[in-house]
Ligand binder design. Structure first.
Ligand SMILES: Nc1ncnc2c1ncn2[C@@H]1O[C@H](COP(=O)(O)OP(=O)(O)OP(=O)(O)O)[C@@H](O)[C@H]1O
Ligand SMILES: [Mg+2]
Length: 303
């Protein structure tokens, strides 16, 4: 089972509009209401790939109910802590010539709510995966990920972290199975150094292995990705051909694909290919990629 944690999930209200300008009424040609949040995206893509997963986090109010209903409708298992007050946030994504994203703050979370989330971790078994993805919102203790990993220490759970700066760095001593910074986030961990070539990226990925990370997957958007696996081998992958339509959830899709690929074959080349296929397929799709879109991109890497 792959558990994901999304501290501050959202309903995403997506509006497609050709022409957007301030100071007038902008009309959307098409709209969609869907679930949002990095851990939830990982669970959604895992579900499409047939990998058992459960999304954990906090939900509140009528928007929280709608979030859960949308997940259930798509067959995505979830087990949220229900907050006594407030509402799960609604984020607005406007898909115009340029993408415009408005992200709201989330509902208040109490110490008791955090304790309930911690208790949910007791369900994890050796060999299960725990994916910690995204920021820990300001109203939560910033050491939440460390607290979770401390609670799970010695249980044989495979940890995946997709977070930035100190939030990521402080998890490294727990020897995460996988971390997935993009190349900017990797550079930011070392004083903002700019990393261009795969060789430079591998050098810095190895520094994070020295700090405890096992597999370091560095995504580079339009340039593909670099994996330094836990045996020290470096793998470079490009992108399948396609037209880019979306940048939301590409990294999350890649995380899901890598985990699914690893579970399928225990092979890093296959895990990287499925990760890249999922990242590409989401980049080429309006929303998170479907299984058919992922299969098409994977076939390109397996040619
Ligand atoms: N422009 C693109 N063309 C093709 N594939 C892309 C593009 N952008 C992203 N991808 C795919 O998605 C993967 C992850 O993208 P990226 O490096 O942008 O992650 P990220 O910055 O972590 O994204 P996120 O916003 O989801 O956190 C890339 O390695 C690639 O496989
Ligand atoms: Mg990312």
């Amino acid at each position: 089972m792959v558990y994901t944690v999304t501290c501050n999930p959202a309903l995403d209200y997506v509006m497609w509009a050709d022409d957007v300008a301030p100071g007038r009424i902008n009309r959307a040609e098409k709209t969609a209401l869907t679930y949002g949040g990095k851990g939830i995206n990982v669970s959604a893509v895992l579900t499409r790939l047939g990998v058992p997963t459960r999304a954990l986090g906090f939900a509140a109010g009528f928007t929280g109910d709608k979030l859960k209903a949308l997940l259930t409708a798509d067959g995505i298992a979830h087990d949220f802590v229900d907050l006594a007050s407030g509402e799960t946030r609604i984020n607005v994504k406007v898909k115009a010539a340029e993408e415009l994203d408005f992200n709201a703050a989330g509902p208040a979370v109490t110490t008791a709510d955090i304790a309930l989330l911690m208790h949910k971790l007791d369900a994890l078994r050796p060999g299960d995966f725990l994916v910690l993805a995204g920021t820990v919102s300001k109203n939560l203790p910033q050491d939440l990920y460390e607290r979770m990993l401390t609670r799970l220490e010695g249980w044989g759970v495979q940890v995946v972290v997709d977070a930035e700066r100190s939030l990521l760095r402080e998890t490294l001593r727990f020897r995460p199975f996988l971390i997935k910074p993009n190349h900017h986030e990797l550079g930011a961990l070392f004083g903002g150094v700019e990393l261009h070539s795969a060789k430079e990226i591998a050098t810095y990925a190895k520094k994070l292995q020295a700090e405890g990370a096992r597999n370091v997957l560095v995504s580079r958007a339009a340039d593909g990705a670099v994996l330094v696996d836990e045996t020290g081998n470096c793998h470079v992958i490009g992108n399948a051909p396609g037209t880019v339509r979306n940048s939301v959830g590409c990294g999350d899709s890649m995380v899901a694909g890598f985990i699914a690929g690893w579970l399928q074959r225990g092979d890093y080349v296959h895990a990287l290919r499925l990760g890249a296929a999922c990242g590409n397929a989401t980049a080429f799709s309006d929303m998170l990629a479907t299984k058919e879109e992922i299969d098409k991109a994977l076939a390109y890497f397996e040619e």
